[in-house]
Ligand binder design. Structure first.
Ligand code: SAH
Length: 243
């Protein structure tokens, strides 16, 4: 057999392998969406009666979570559990991604800021619902890997920046919605400043290494906000750069 033929055969085999995995992932992904729906069919209580909208579930149904968690099988990637992504960080549980996305209440023309890019998955979900997503990650290797994944998957309306998200990203704002995926004792004031009037910020507020209150802040006027706690969550700490 000549080399070219062998190459073609191995390429076809590789493609078949990829498509088998994709087919399996489609089933696992659909099951994940049903699991999330199921929480709100049963009387889950903590997050209120209203689950994520069909628009949010559709965005999650289209986002290939397994490609954001390298080396993980689809059964792990689509289980309703957080998963390690290296450097002591985790990709959030799908239910929590759905809820945070729902509370962010993103419209198609919106500009969104995320603090804590991690794997890039939450940013990818948000980018399907918004015009533009800017996301900041403090760990260089994670920022680089997420930027590559998002670029390879053609999420062209997501910008990733390396840095401490405490100060937000004024050049990218003002924002209609801000999603913070790391826990801190208080909401960073610069983020409220960069929120548009009518905009929402969703963030776990509370001490590190225990549970926090998932908090939704709405900017009701240039100097006015309303804050509500919507349920207990457990997030990795929001760290501060030392410079
Ligand atoms: N949204 C992510 C999960 C994030 S885990 C996803 O979909 O995969 C929280 C992330 O916040 C971690 O990657 C952590 O490094 C990052 N982080 C913590 N403090 C930060 C800060 N001050 N600025 C930016 N990112 C921060």
């Amino acid at each position: 057999m000549n080399t070219l033929l062998l190459l073609v055969i191995s390429m076809v085999a590789g493609l078949r392998e990829a498509s088998t995995q994709d087919a399996e992932c489609i089933r696992e992904r659909a099951a994940m969406i049903e699991t999330i729906r199921g929480y709100f069919r049963s009387d889950v209580g903590v997050f209120g009666q209203h689950g994520p909208s069909e628009r949010v579930l559709e965005a999650m149904g289209q986002t290939r979570r397994h490609l954001f968690i390298p080396g993980r099988s689809c059964s792990v990637a689509y289980a309703d559990m957080p998963a390690p992504i290296g450097f002591g960080q985790t990709i959030s549980q799908p239910l929590i991604v759905a809820l945070m996305t729902q509370f962010a209440n993103v419209a198609p023309d919106d500009r969104v800021l995320e603090i804590g890019t991690g794997s890039g998955y939450q940013a990818a979900v948000l980018s399907r619902l918004a015009r533009n997503v800017c996301t900041i990650e403090i760990i260089p290797q994670l920022a680089e890997a997420a930027a590559k994944t998002l670029r390879d998957l053609a999420y062209d309306n997501v910008n990733v920046r390396l840095g401490d998200g405490y100060a937000g990203w004024p050049e990218c704002g003002p924002f209609n919605a801000i999603v913070v995926t790391a826990a801190l004792g208080q909401v960073p004031p610069p983020l409220i400043e960069q929120l548009r009037v009518g905009g929402r910020l969703v963030m776990p507020v509370g001490p590190a290494y225990t549970t926090q209150q998932l908090t939704v802040v709405e900017k009701t006027g240039p100097d006015r906000t309303t804050t509500r706690a919507v349920g207990l969550v457990r997030f990795v700490p929001f760290t501060r750069s030392r410079d």
